[in-house]
Design a protein. Structure first.
Lengths: 309, 249
């Protein structure tokens, strides 16, 4: 089987989410990559070095600058003329594009796979991860998104893929990029961080979130996450949300501070290696999944913890 | 401008789903069902567009069993004008749903179709994007803000890195994210009024759409369980644990 893997990149750099998708694709067959964007020569070179990569198709065109699905989906459909599977990391960019590709190919997408069980058989989470379905596709071609935390990352070097320019120039009608507000942070990214400190509704204000959660995260070299309640209340921006409908994370250590442990939150972090919970309610559901729990007031515990690290 | 809102009947978000013993699916017998939360947000947004004078009519459509009628009535009680129920007891995948919705859109000619970004049962996050592809229309997914001006709709989207804004030419497809709005509760008088609002009963065959599933569900299993660990007594003990884990110096 020949696969075409979507390369996720930002600001001229290849993103790690790509590497898990490559690992999943390699289980299906030959791995070809697609780098689409404007001024993406550097990304293509980095992509060609990923271990196990065959060809790297590069579509360098202003029309693909913001990965608008209206423009990118027809490009992928064209390339799918000689590939059997489109494989994409389950990032917000690819989740926007892949179903559009699937519908144009008249195939049913398999979303967010956790494992490859056979040629066309996969496992995927449903009901916020409370059930795992094993599904088999009966379509001629496959369109798949890959859950990053479920696959090892392919090595960033050792490969020597052949770079090939794609001449096709498809353009999206009816959609125009207006602008973006991308959060800037010196901290590690949520989806690839080794340690995450997340805060919930209990923080009660944006000021508290910054003055209590962030110093602890700094001490631990951690990324900062949040529950939906904390995001809805405006303590932190939307890109901090961990959960069924936010980001899926699986760090070495996840510290949940003042988070009750609703199933929608657990869906995003229960595959973390070690879960630490700090909550004043000893019956909070978060303690049912936590490896290490500390019952008490976060406003005294967290500053003390930060000072002792 | 007409707004079309697809609404799905799903397990209530407060219910913890249980996998059936025979591994064929999740047990939905005697379980509380509700409108998919993202679809409530979609209905709310459509009603607000009507209240602002931007939309003229809000039509909701549900694909599912006879009971999905309740979901339609909920939307009507919130303020939608009429409903279409495409009744089937079969499994309809996002691609099939999108094909049915396209057929409905061909008839209704809505300016906007507003869907949820994902249904909380199958978590596919596909239907809106597929519908946009089939209709050949632009899409604004994961919306946290929607503004209509003339024949353009400006959509602010929640993306991994933060927010992104796109301007789409109407007709367009939008999918809702959590922060778009807070859906209203239907008042009792409106629930009563909803009972007499029109609800058209259809079947997939009426639209001549093939909804045969493409995916075969082989088994549905419980995920690996995590068990509760230990509780530490104080911060010093926690510091020691963090050191043992190698995350603190
Ligand atoms: C469609 C849908 C999608 C959703 N998606 C997500 C999602 O992706 N991610 C997500 O997180 N949620 C999601 N939710 C929301 C979820 O159901 C919960 O409402 C949310 O996770 C609760 O956030 P919380 O734990 O911060 O708040 P709460 O549930 O209010 O918990 C606060 C906790 O803080 C503790 N506490 C209070 N004060 C202190 C103190 N001083 N010291 C220590 N502890 C204290 C309390 O004991 C309590 O356990 C979704 C809901 C819906 C309907
Ligand atoms: C009676 C019945 C039983 C089913 N049983 C199973 C089962 O056991 N296992 C299984 O895997 N699948 C089952 N399905 C199929 C499953 O419900 C479909 O996959 C689903 O309709 C689409 O997937 P999704 O909701 O995750 O799509 P998403 O793409 O996540 O949905 C996004 C949005 O699309 C719209 N939408 C989606 N579906 C509908 C709909 N039906 N009506 C109106 N709007 C909709 C909503 O606005 C929703 O927010 C069943 C379907 C039915 C009708």
């Amino acid at each position: 089987m020949k696969t075409l893997v979507w390369v996720e990149h930002e600001g001229g750099a290849l993103k790690d989410a790509t590497l898990s998708a490559v690992t999943a694709a390699a289980k299906l067959g030959e791995v070809h990559l697609l780098v689409a964007g404007e001024g993406v020569g550097g990304v293509a070179e980095a992509a060609a070095k990923i271990a196990g990569v065959g060809k790297v198709h590069v579509a360098d065109n202003a029309a693909y600058a913001h990965a608008l699905p209206e423009a990118v989906a027809p490009l992928i459909v064209e390339l799918m003329g000689h590939h059997d599977a489109f494989v994409a990391p389950a990032t917000s960019t690819a989740k926007n594009i892949a179903p559009r590709v699937a519908a144009l190919l008249d195939v049913m997408q398999v979303s967010d796979i956790l494992s490859v069980e056979g040629d066309k058989t996969f496992t995927r989470p449903i009901y916020a991860g409370n059930a795992i379905a094993t599904v088999k596709s009966n379509d001629a071609k496959l369109v798949i998104t890959v859950r990053g935390t479920a696959f090892e990352k392919a090595a960033k070097d050792g490969g020597s893929g052949a770079i090939e320019a794609v001449s096709a120039a498809t353009s999206g009608e009816g959609s125009k990029f207006v602008g973006a507000e991308i959060s800037k942070s010196e901290r590690p990214e949520l989806t690839s961080a080794k340690v995450i400190v997340s805060g919930g509704r209990a923080l009660a204000s944006s000021e508290n979130f910054h003055s209590v959660i962030e110093p602890l995260a700094d001490k631990l070299g951690a990324a900062v996450g949040a529950s939906r309640a904390a995001v809805d209340a405006g303590y932190v921006p939307n890109d901090y949300q961990v959960g069924q409908t936010g980001k899926i994370v699986a760090p070495e250590v996840y510290v949940a501070v003042g988070i009750s442990g609703a199933i929608q939150h657990l869906a995003g972090m229960k595959d973390s290696k070690t879960i630490i919970a700090i909550n004043k309610d000893e019956d909070a559901p978060i303690f049912q999944v936590a490896d290490i729990g500390l019952v008490g007031d976060l406003f005294t515990i967290v500053p003390e913890l930060t000072s002792k690290l | 401008m007409k707004v079309l809102v697809p609404v799905k009947r799903v397990i209530d978000y407060n219910v913890k789903p249980r996998v059936k013993m025979d591994g064929t699916g999740v047990d939905l017998a005697n379980v509380k069902m509700s409108m998919n939360p993202f679809d409530e947000i979609a209905v709310e947004e459509a009603i607000r567009l009507k209240e602002k004078g931007v939309a003229t009519e809000v039509v909701v459509v549900s694909i599912g069993p006879a009971k999905a009628q309740e979901t339609c009535r909920t939307a009507l009680a919130m303020g939608a004008d009429r409903a279409i129920l495409i009744q089937t007891d079969e499994t309809v995948e996002p691609l099939g749903v999108a094909k049915l919705l396209k057929a409905v859109a061909d008839e209704e000619q809505p300016g906007l179709v507003i869907l949820g970004k994902q249904a909380i049962d199958d978590d596919s996050n596909q239907t809106g994007q597929m519908l946009a592809a089939l209709m050949g229309r632009p899409q604004g997914t994961f919306a946290s803000k929607v503004e209509v001006s003339g024949d353009t709709v400006t959509v602010t989207r929640e993306v991994d890195g933060g927010l992104e804004t796109v301007a789409l030419t109407i007709p367009a497809i939008i999918t809702t994210d959590l922060r778009l709005n807070e859906p209203r509760y239907a008042s009792l008088p409106n629930i009563m009024k909803a009972k007499s609002k029109p609800l058209a009963a259809k079947t997939p065959a009426d639209y001549g759409v093939d909804i045969a599933p493409r995916l075969e569900t082989l088994t549905v299993a419980e995920p690996p369980k995590r068990s509760a660990g230990i509780k530490v007594a104080d911060v010093d003990e926690l510091v020691a644990k963090l050191k043992a884990l190698g995350v603190a110096a």
